[in-house]
Design a protein around this ligand. Structure first.
Ligand code: SF4
Length: 238
């Protein structure tokens, strides 16, 4: 095992091309290891068209995949297309998606987004972040997720709470906001790796780098982690 954490002092400045190169190479080392650790999970969400994926994306906010999948089966058996969704009685829609939480807001977003898709885009999805974030219920993070899943396009990088935490601890970004972390990650990540970065950091945050008790002793990238290096330093007797 080698220790590269010394090269990740907080003084690294991503405005500087040399520092950026160091960080980009560090990130590639991390991805190589994390890719082996966290095999890409199968897409387990229930949807069969791009349109249905958008509806599922709206439902997933503050809800779990398991709950959304149960709802999606019945929902799409009744309202599989934007035309049918727009025409659905609002109360009926709210009843169907109630278990996903925030159901009144989500039902509204689903119908409004369906209407925009039909009226503004003639049923053909736009494929840019700026256009997708105009759909009600689709924020930057969810638009990134949707673009990656539906079209394999990575304009930005999805930064959820796990990606944020793992990026901070590994020393990839000191950003306090998700948008700053995304900005830093984008600067050092080739577009072909952007989807992978968020998938692997998410998986690592969910399975190993827990918020309260990260499993540094069992972590495959602890030798590349600034947080783990700082913890080791603390435990060295002075
Ligand atoms: S060493 Fe610890 S803090 Fe660093 S990534 Fe692994 S689990 Fe997270």
């Amino acid at each position: 095992m080698y220790d590269r954490t010394n090269s990740l002092k907080p003084s690294l400045n991503l405005e500087n091309p040399q520092d950026r190169e160091v960080m980009a190479s560090h990130l590639l080392d991390l991805l190589d290891i994390l890719e082996v650790e966290h095999q890409k999970p199968d897409d387990t969400l229930v949807y069969s068209t791009t349109y249905q994926l958008l509806m599922v994306t709206i439902l997933l906010t503050q809800s779990s995949e398991d709950v959304v999948n149960v709802v999606a089966r019945e929902l799409f058996s009744l309202y599989p297309t934007p035309e049918l969704m727009v025409a659905a009685p609002r109360r009926e829609l709210e009843r169907l998606i109630q278990s996903c939480g925030f159901y009144r807001q989500k039902a509204k977003y689903m119908q409004e987004s369906s209407k925009i898709l039909l009226e503004k885009y003639d049923g053909i999805f736009p494929q840019t972040l700026i256009e997708l974030t105009q759909f009600p219920g689709i924020a930057r993070k969810t638009a990134n997720q949707f673009l990656a899943q539906a079209f394999n396009i990575a304009e930005g990088i999805v930064v959820d709470t796990h990606v944020h935490r793992v990026s901070n601890r590994l020393g990839i970004s000191e950003g306090k906001s998700a948008s700053k972390v995304e900005h830093d990650l984008v600067r050092i990540t080739e577009s072909k790796h952007r989807i992978l970065v968020s998938e692997l950091f998410m998986a690592h945050g969910q399975k190993v780098c827990y918020i309260h008790e990260p499993m540094c002793g069992n972590c495959a990238v602890s030798h590349l982690c600034r947080y783990a290096a700082a913890e080791r330093d603390k435990s060295v007797p002075t």
